[in-house]
Design a binder for this molecule. Structure first.
Ligand SMILES: [Zn+2]
Length: 430
């Protein structure tokens, strides 16, 4: 057993649901005891049980131990095109994204980008994430290998597209089905990696391709479905033109059997009440990517409306329309977007969305997302004095709520001193 000491904060339940129990636990002089990659116990160091004994690593009171962050939506191939500016969603895809993704026909390029990306995510404190690849089978296979070698908990899928994109990024529906199936057979039963059936979004898949995606889901119900929905108004209008018989955008995915509790749809900014109700009924989840929504001018998510309808929502960086992988930025931008909408979120709610809430969205909460006995030891050591500004701010923090707020709005990758996944140190600040 190894016992890590420092301040310890973890969400333990949903702070959007008001109840008598606090939705979190905090120990100023705390500890996390880890054995064989799992959390055995957490609590107050002074009142620990006698059974908590072993090697002790004390990070001091300037450190905060907290769960690894969960990024519910990002694009691996887009990491090097962050900040490509100008244009809303559809022109941005044409102008920057499609040419960038075409380069992943080259396996060496995929290797280089994959190797960089997963280490970068861990360095930023993200220990789990749901990830788009490109249409290329080999590049996707390489992303799986790189996630595995970095120690990242990834849910990855080969993008499916057979229309409305440049010829060089299209693949006929049957070939896309076969390529996805081969990857499911190779990676579907991995201990920490998972496969997501990944049609890019309804406009770039023919009805035949969506039908085959639905067939894959039927053949492999344990697989996730990862796509986009209702990000931008022009996109929504286009979906209505392309699928005139569908009741709405969410209805397209539902028609092809792509909607259940393993479905994660990015954005959902402009969803109607009927769509939200259908998502809730099927158990579908939404990845909220506030940085990306601001960058592409897509709109402001009615977060509370989704949560109150019973739709689970997590945070996503949406690299490369999002401009940083940092979960601190995702929390800060989430706060600001809701502020503009007139809904004030508190730091516990933001931290929950980025950790346990995200793990629930990805159905990983039985093993990740919070520091609780029996879960995998996926945790971070945050440095509360990482920068002069942070130190000036945290010294005066009067409560854990205030401390978290300081981290959310001032924190970035420099705060993350160490990252552990399954009790193994997978990243350390140099
Ligand atoms: Zn996206």
């Amino acid at each position: 057993m190894i016992i890590y000491r420092g301040r310890v904060f973890t969400p333990v339940s949903d702070p959007f649901v008001s109840g008598e129990q606090p939705a979190w636990a905090y120990f100023r002089g705390g500890y996390v005891a880890v054995e064989r990659g799992k959390i055995v116990s957490i609590g107050d160091w002074k009142t620990r049980s006698e059974r908590i004994a072993g090697e002790t690593v004390d990070f001091g009171s300037e450190s905060l131990l907290t769960p690894g962050f969960v990024d519910t939506h990002l694009h691996a191939p887009q990491v090097e095109m962050i900040g490509s500016f100008g244009g809303h969603l559809l022109e941005w895809l044409e102008r920057y994204t499609f040419p960038t993704e075409s380069r992943f026909a080259d396996p060496e390029h995929a290797r280089r980008v994959g190797s960089f990306l997963f280490r970068e995510l861990l360095r930023n404190g993200t220990t789990a994430g749901m990830i788009f690849s490109t249409i290329h089978q080999e590049a996707t296979d390489i992303f799986f290998e790189e996630a595995e070698s970095a120690g990242f908990r990834g849910i990855i899928g080969k993008t499916m597209m057979d229309r409305n994109a440049p010829e060089y990024l299209l693949e006929d529906a049957e070939a896309s089905y076969r390529g996805s199936k081969a990857l499911i057979e190779k990676w579907g039963k991995h201990p920490t990696l998972r496969y997501a059936i990944t049609p890019r979004f309804a406009p770039t898949s023919s009805p035949r391709q969506l039908e085959l995606a639905g067939q894959l889901k039927k053949e492999h119900p344990e697989c996730y479905v990862h796509s986009h929905v209702s990000e931008n108004k022009a996109e929504v209008a286009w979906v209505h033109e392309l699928f005139p018989d569908a009741p709405h955008y969410v209805g397209v995915y539902d028609h092809y059997g792509l909607l259940d509790s393993r479905t994660v749809l990015a954005h959902g900014v402009h969803l109607t009440d009927d769509e939200i109700a259908l998502l809730a009924k099927r158990g579908g989840r939404v990845a909220h990517c506030p940085n990306s929504n601001l960058f592409l001018g897509s709109g402001l998510l009615p977060l509370r409306r989704l949560l109150e309808a019973g739709v689970l929502v997590g945070l996503g960086s949406d690299i490369g329309a999002g401009t940083t992988p940092s979960p601190f930025n995702a929390m800060a931008d989430c706060y600001k977007v809701q502020q503009v909408r007139g809904d004030v979120l508190n730091p516990f709610q933001l931290w929950y969305l980025a950790t346990l809430g995200g793990a629930r969205v990805l159905s990983l909460d039985d093993r990740a997302g919070s520091l609780e006995p029996g879960k995998d030891a996926d945790f971070l050591v945050l440095d509360l004095q990482a920068t002069p500004m942070l130190e000036a701010r945290t010294v005066h923090a009067e409560s854990i709520e205030d401390l978290l707020a300081g981290l959310i709005f001032i924190g970035d990758d420099r705060v993350v001193r160490k990252t552990f996944v399954q009790g193994r140190e997978v990243s350390r600040r140099i």
